[in-house]
Design a protein. Sequence first.
Length: 338
Amino acid sequence: SVVLKAYGGFDKIQVQSLPYKTVPDDNQVLINVKACGLNFADIYTRQGLVRNEPGPPFIMGLECSGIVVTVGSKVENLKVRDRVMVHTGTPGLQTEFVCVEASDCTVIPESMSFNEAAAFPINYLTAYFCLFDIGNLRSSQTVLIPSAAGGVGWAATQLAKSVPNVRVIGLASPGKHETIRGNGVNVTIDSLDPCWDEAVKIACPEGVDIALDFTSGDSFKRTQNLVKDLGRAILIGANDMISGETLSLWRIFCSWWYSSMVKPIDLVLNSRVVAGFHLTHVKTRLPERYRDALIHLFELYRQNVIRPRIDSTWTFHQVIEATKRLSERENIGKVILT
C-alpha cells in the first residue's frame, strides 16, 4: 500500500505491507487492484491542501481498476471475477487489495484494459460534467482547454470534438503540440508563453464559448476575460498552488487573491457565467446523474469516440518518480501506478 504518514513532502510517503480486510461488509466487494490513476488531487492531499478526516496515516489513491475477489451478501450487481473500475472520492485505493462499496464499482467493457480503466473516471467525468452539464456545449462553439496534454485536457478535447464543428484551442508546451493536434486540438498555443491569453485573443478575437481552468489564481482571472457574452468560465482545479515538494503559503495567498476577484457587475455587463466544479460532491449529491454520465461515457468508449492515453506506468515503489512526472507537467495523458 502507498501510505501517507503525514502531510508534507515526498518523505511522508511510504510503501508498506499492511493487513487488509478480507471479508467485505454486506454491501461491499473485495477488489484485487491492478492499476491506479495518479491525479493532481493526490498531490493536493499529500501537501495538505485537501485534508481528510481523521488525517494521516492513510492509504492514498482516488481511482483504480481490478478484479472482484469476494462479494458481500447483499451485493446483486457484481460477481466474483468481474473486471471493474473503482472511484470512491476519498483516498484508500493505492493498495493491492481493498474492500469498497459495490456502488463505487462499475463493470468495464471487455475491450478496456485495467490501465485505461484506472485512467478513466476522474478525468473523463470531470471533463464531461464541465463541458455538457455546466458548459452546455453545442455545435459550432469554441472551447479553450489548458493543459491539453494532461489527463483532463486529453479527455476534454475528445469529448468536445464529439460535438459537430466544435473548435478546440489547446494550451501545452511546444513539444506536446503535435500530439495534442493528433487528439483533435485545432489551435495550439504555447502554455509557457507569459502572454498566452493574448495569443488566444488573436486566434479567437470574438472570445471563446467555454474556457476551462485547472490552475486558479492569475490564470483564472485572465481566463474569464477570454469568454464571450453568454460564455462560461469553469474552474476545476488549483494547480497554480503546486510548486515544488511542499505547500507554498505565498502561492496559496496569490491564488486566493486573484480567484476572489469575481465581480457581479462584470458578470452582468458581460452576460458571462463563472462556475466551479467538484467531482466528489457531484458523485455524493447527484448519484443518478453521475451514473448516467458514466453510462454515456462507456457508450462513447465502445464507439471509439474517446480513448484514454496512458503516458507511463510505474510500480508503487516508484510513486515518487511518478508524482514528479505529473507535478512537473512532463506527462502526455495519464500517469498510472501498478
